[in-house]
Design a protein around this ligand. Structure first.
Ligand code: ASP
Length: 344
């Protein structure tokens, strides 16, 4: 039995939603009304405090300000609790988990995001098990050290490194995938931790909560026949500092001279272009493998390696917020800050 103290922050999302009598659509309600759906909470043996982060939102409304507010809330409570569980909508949970992993530097306690596909008040809800297991994992300490010392997503029996995940299913209970990094734990009759993949923060340093992000970025998903005038207008967005470019396969893109010239001009203007693959199921960018990738490296496109788009976007917002100079960001983006990419 554990007597760890856990703060559960409810931000919104399906897990705490009910049908709004006016619109007849699902909308988040204060979590205290829903705690009665969790009669077995005391069995976990932890001291659990619930807090709503107002205004409650559907996670489609998250943005950089929201991530900074959430990071600050964790920072303010960091010394008062042994672990944190964030209840969040599934739609953008992977973005929030990625953003928090960058904003919470030196994190040495568990921050576990979870949610559900069906609201807690619904008979077949997946929310009850998700929340109980997420709290149990956040409360798991060994030799007075937290088992988990990083930002994770717990969903349908699996614990993932947050900045490696993406939502890959809108209807199955198993909504998340982490194709390029193994699960950190699996919940069956026992909770089996895969220790060799879990980050250990050593030495433990004071938590640094970063409070700046810069959202002057764009995502460009390439497709065969993409129009040049469309690309030109996106690349000419005023104030734009960086682009996440989703390419084909191991980081390949069209070779027509007009496109290459546009990339060259954009890079020469100081705008960073980070190459991530559209292949969501696994693998990363290797720009030297095909000629259709090599020309990208030749004009100065940066490799996103095996980062998810979610990690690339939030990492860029984070780094651009920390540094005025894109040159500094360029030095950092291709390296791992907190386990979000693998360099072979
Ligand atoms: N639209 C909801 C949200 O992301 C979906 C969910 O929670 O599963 O807030």
């Amino acid at each position: 039995m554990s007597n760890r103290s856990i703060l559960v922050i409810y931000t919104g999302g399906t897990i705490g939603m009910m049908v709004d009598p006016e619109s007849k659509a699902l909308k988040p309600f204060e979590f205290k009304n829903l705690q009665q759906q969790l009669p077995m909470l005391p069995l976990i043996g932890a001291d659990i405090t619930f807090k709503d982060m107002l205004p409650l939102i559907d996670s489609s409304d998250t943005n950089a300000d929201f991530w900074i507010r959430l990071a600050k809330m964790i920072g303010e409570e960091y010394d008062h609790y042994d672990g944190f569980v964030i209840l969040h909508g599934t739609d953008t949970m992977a973005y929030t988990a990625s953003a928090l992993s960058f904003l919470l530097e030196n994190l040495a306690k568990p921050v576990i995001l979870t949610g559900s596909q069906l609201p807690l008040g619904v008979i077949r809800t997946d929310g009850r098990r998700n929340i109980l297991n997420a709290i149990a994992i956040a409360a798991e300490y060994k030799d007075d050290k937290p088992m988990i010392q990083e930002v994770c997503i717990y969903f349908q029996n699996n614990l993932y490194r947050g900045n490696r995940t993406y939502k890959d299913n809108a209807s199955r209970f198993n909504a998340f995938s982490s194709p390029n990094y193994p699960k950190l734990a699996e919940v069956n009759t026992n909770i089996e931790y895969h220790k060799s993949f879990i980050h250990v923060e050593e030495p433990v340093k004071p938590l640094v909560v970063h409070d700046k992000m810069d959202d002057n970025i764009a995502i460009v998903k390439l497709y065969p026949g993409i129009r040049h005038d469309f690309l030109q207008s996106v690349f000419a967005t005023p104030g734009l500092r960086a682009i996440v470019m989703e390419t084909f396969g191991v980081g390949n893109a069209p070779t027509n001279p007009e496109f290459i010239q546009l990339l060259k001009e954009t890079v020469n203007k100081g705008i960073l272009i980070v190459n991530v693959t559209q292949c969501k199921g696994g693998g990363g960018v290797e720009m030297g493998r095909y000629l259709t990738g090599k020309h990208l490296a030749d004009v100065g496109i940066l490799s996103g390696h095996d980062m998810t788009t979610e990690a690339a976007v939030t990492k860029l917002m984070f780094l651009l917020g920390q540094y005025q100079s894109n040159e500094k960001v360029k030095q950092k983006i291709e390296n791992s800050l907190c386990g979000e990419l693998t360099i072979e």
